[in-house]
Design a binder for this molecule. Structure first.
Ligand code: HEM
Length: 488
C-alpha cells in the first residue's frame, strides 16, 4: 500500500467514524418523542387517512387495534390523531390539566350552536367558572326538585297511551325526554307556553350540526343558515323570559334559574346571552344522550326477559316498602334497574369518540410494557364505543350482562379508573350523570309498573352515521296497560 492509498484509507475511516459519531450524537440528542413514536396506520398518501376515518372511526379502530395495539397514530391530511385505547394508556388523556390536554381546539365546532361567550368560545378560566355553574345547577339538592318534575312528566305522558297499542318506543322516549328537559332545564315558561316554538327552533339547531360542520362550522349551507337564525330567535325568547323573571322577582326550580343566579368570582352576574348559551349546551349534552340510552335500555330489557323480570321484581319490592310514591331516594334504591341501564350504556355509548389537543410531549406505557412518546401538536382520541368492550376488562364483552357490575364481580372497577368511559372521566367527566340516571330510571320504573311490553320489531341496529350515535330505525313495541300486583 503506498502513502496515497494509506491517506485515502485514513480519510475513509475518519469519514465513517464521523458518521457513526454524528448518528450516535443525534440519537442521544433527539427529543424522546421522536424515538418511540406510536405505530402509524397504513393508508394511501395524502387522502388515505381521511378515507379510512370517513369509513367510520370504529371500523378503523377495530381493524387497527389487533395489528398495532392500544396506541397508534392516524395521519389525517396535515393532522396527526393518536388513539389511546384502554385504561392502561388513557389516564393522561382524562387527568391532564387543560394547559397540557385541551378541549377548546377540538370542540370549536360547537361555538356557532352554543353561541358567543360560552364554553368553547371563552378561555379556560371563564369556562371553568361556567362549568362551576353547571355543577351547582346539577347538585344533589337541586336534583330533588328535578326528580318530581321528571316523575310528573312521565306519568302525564304515559297517561295518554291507551289500554293497549303499538308504539315506536324510540320516538316516544325522545319526545318525553324533550318535554322533561324543557321543564327541568329550560323552565316552566317554555314547557307550558312556548314548547312547540322552542322545540322547532332546537330542531333547526340540531340539524345544523352535521359531520361537515366539525371541519367547516361556518360553511354557508342552508342547514347552517337555519341554525344561525334559530340561535338568534332562541336568544330573543330567553332574553324576554329572563327579563320577566327578574322584573317580577319570580324564582323557579330549574336550571334556567340557577344560571340567572350564578355569579363569576369577581361578582359579575351572567348575561342573558351567556344564560341562553349555557342552557343550549346543557340540552345538547343531555338530551340525545339520555333518550338514546333509554331506548337501548328498553330494547335490551325486552329482549332479555330474565332481566326484565328481575327489574319488575325490584319495583314490586319498592312498592311494598313505599307504595306508589317515587322520589329521588326511591329511585336511588333501584339497583337492578341501574345496572340494566349501565350495561346498555356500556354497549352503546352515544359519544363514541372523545378528543383533546395535546400541548406537551407525553409518554404512555401499554399493558404489554411498551412505551410510546406522543409529541405535542397531536390530536389525541379515545373511544368509549371500543374501549368499553375490551375483553381483558369485560368478560364476554359483547354480551348484555348487567350482573357484571354486581358486588363480587364489579368488572368496571377491576382494571382501575377509566375502564368504563361512557360518561368520560377525570377532569371533564360528565356533570349530568346523576341527572341522566334519575331521568331514565323515572321513565323505566313507570313503564315497568304500569305496562306489559313486547318488542315486535327486530332488535335495533346502531346508527353509526349520527353525530350522537344512537338507534337506527324504529323500535316497535306492543303494550298492555296493567297495574303491577305486589302481593304475588
Ligand atoms: C346518558 C346520558 C349522558 C351521557 C352518555 C353523557 C356523556 C358525557 C361524556 C362522555 C362527557 C365527556 C366528554 C369529553 O370528555 O370530551 C360528558 C361531559 C359533560 N356532560 Fe354528559 N352525558 C350524558 C348526560 C348529560 C346530562 C343530562 C347533562 C346535563 C344536563 C350533561 C352535561 C355534561 C357536561 C356539562 C359535560 C362537560 C363536563 C366538562 O367538560 O367538565 N351530560 N358527558
Amino acid at each position: 500500500m503506498d502513502l496515497k492509498e494509506i491517506r485515502f484509507l485514513d480519510a475513509g475511516l475518519l469519514f465513517f467514524a464521523t458518521l457513526v459519531f454524528v448518528k450516535v450524537l443525534s440519537v442521544l440528542l433527539t427529543p424522546r418523542s421522536s424515538k418511540r413514536l406510536p405505530p402509524v396506520v397504513k393508508a394511501l398518501p395524502l387522502v388515505g387517512g381521511l378515507l379510512r376515518f370517513l369509513r367510520g372511526p370504529i371500523v378503523m379502530i377495530r381493524e387497527e387495534y389487533p395489528k398495532l395495539g392500544s396506541v397508534f397514530t392516524l395521519n389525517l391530511a396535515n393532522r396527526r390523531i393518536t388513539f389511546l385505547i384502554g385504561p392502561e394508556v388513557s389516564a393522561h388523556f382524562f387527568k391532564a390539566p387543560e394547559a397540557e390536554m385541551s378541549q377548546q381546539e377540538v370542540y370549536q365546532f360547537n361555538v356557532p350552536t352554543f353561541g358567543p361567550g360560552v364554553v368553547f368560545d371563552v378561555d379556560y378560566s371563564i369556562r371553568q367558572e361556567q362549568f362551576r355553574f353547571f355543577t351547582e345547577a346539577l347538585r344533589v339538592s337541586k336534583l330533588r326538585s328535578y326528580v318530581d318534575q321528571m316523575v310528573f312528566e312521565a306519568e302525564d305522558y304515559f297517561s295518554r297511551w291507551g289500554d293497549t297499542g303499538v308504539v315506536d318506543l324510540k320516538y316516544e322516549l325522545e319526545h318525553l325526554i324533550i318535554l322533561t328537559a324543557s321543564r327541568c332545564l329550560l323552565g316552566r315558561e317554555v314547557r307550558d307556553k312556548l314548547f312547540d316554538d322552542v322545540s322547532a327552533l332546537f330542531h333547526d339547531l340540531d340539524n345544523g350540526m352535521l359531520p361537515i360542520s366539525v371541519i367547516f362550522p361556518y360553511l354557508p349551507i342552508p342547514a347552517h343558515r337555519r341554525r344561525d337564525r334559530a340561535r338568534k330567535r332562541i336568544a330573543q325568547i330567553f332574553a324576554k323570559i329572563i327579563d320577566s323573571r327578574k322584573s317580577e322577582g319570580r324564582h323557579e326550580d330549574d336550571m334556567l334559574q340557577c344560571f340567572i343566579d350564578s355569579k363569576y368570582k369577581d361578582g359579575r352576574p351572567t348575561t342573558e346571552g351567556e344564560i341562553t348559551g349555557l342552557l343550549i349546551a346543557a340540552l345538547f349534552a343531555g338530551q340525545h344522550t339520555s333518550s338514546i340510552t333509554s331506548t337501548w335500555t328498553g330494547a335490551y330489557l325486552l329482549r332479555h326477559k330474565e332481566y326484565f323480570s328481575a327489574a319488575v321484581e325490584e319495583q314490586k319490592e319498592l312498592m311494598k316498602k313505599h307504595g306508589d310514591k317515587v322520589d329521588q331516594d326511591i329511585l336511588s334504591e333501584m339497583d337492578i334497574l341501574y345496572r340494566c341501564i349501565k350495561e346498555a350504556l356500556r354497549l352503546h355509548p352515544p359519544l363514541i369518540m372523545l378528543l383533546r389537543y395535546s400541548h406537551n410531549d407525553f409518554s404512555v406505557k401499554t399493558r404489554e410494557g411498551k412505551e410510546f412518546d406522543i409529541p405535542r401538536g397531536h390530536i389525541v382520541a379515545t373511544s368509549p364505543a371500543f374501549a368499553n368492550r375490551l375483553p381483558h376488562i369485560y368478560k364476554d364483552p359483547d354480551r348484555y350482562d348487567p350482573d357484571r357490575y354486581a358486588a363480587g364481580r364489579e368488572e368496571d372497577k377491576a382494571v382501575g379508573a377509566f375502564s368504563y368511559i361512557s360518561f368520560g372521566g377525570g377532569r371533564h367527566g360528565c356533570l349530568g350523570e346523576p341527572f341522566a340516571y334519575l331521568q331514565i330510571k323515572a321513565i323505566w320504573s313507570h313503564l315497568l309498573r304500569n305496562f306489559e311490553l313486547e318488542l315486535i320489531s327486530p332488535f335495533p341496529e346502531i346508527d353509526w352515521n349520527a353525530m350522537v350515535v344512537g338507534v337506527k330505525g324504529k323500535v316497535m313495541v306492543r303494550y298492555n296497560r296493567r297495574k303491577l300486583a305486589i302481593d304475588n
